[in-house]
Design a protein around this ligand. Structure first.
Ligand code: SF4
Length: 85
C-alpha cells in the first residue's frame, strides 16, 4: 500500500471538476469551486493530503491528475519524488 501526497495548486485550479468526476472519493470541489483533496475516510479536505492508498487507488488519483486541463494536481511518492504534475 503506497503512501502518496496529492496537492492541488489553487492558483491554477479553474474549478472544471474533471478530477472530482474521475476520482470522487479523493477530490471534491469546495464552495469556492476549488478542488480539495479528501482524506481516505472522506472527512477532511485540504489542498494537500498524504494518503495511504492501494495501487489501484494510486492509479486512479494519477488518472484524475492527468484529467486536469490546468495541470493543477501534483502527486508525489513517499520519498518526495514527483509521480505526476
Ligand atoms: S480538474 Fe483541475 S482545474 Fe478542474 S477542479 Fe480539478 S484541480 Fe481544479
Amino acid at each position: 500500500m503506497p503512501q502518496i501526497t496529492v496537492k492541488v495548486d489553487h492558483a491554477a485550479c479553474s474549478g472544471v471538476g474533471s478530477c472530482e468526476q474521475t476520482a470522487p472519493a479523493f477530490f471534491k470541489l469546495d464552495s469556492a469551486n476549488r478542488a480539495m483533496v479528501l482524506s481516505k475516510d472522506g472527512v477532511e479536505s485540504a489542498a494537500e493530503q498524504t494518503l495511504s492508498v492501494s495501487d489501484d487507488e494510486a492509479k486512479l488519483i494519477v488518472e484524475a491528475a492527468e484529467s486536469c486541463p490546468m495541470i493543477a494536481i501534483s502527486v508525489f511518492d513517499d520519498a518526495g519524488g514527483k509521480i505526476y504534475g
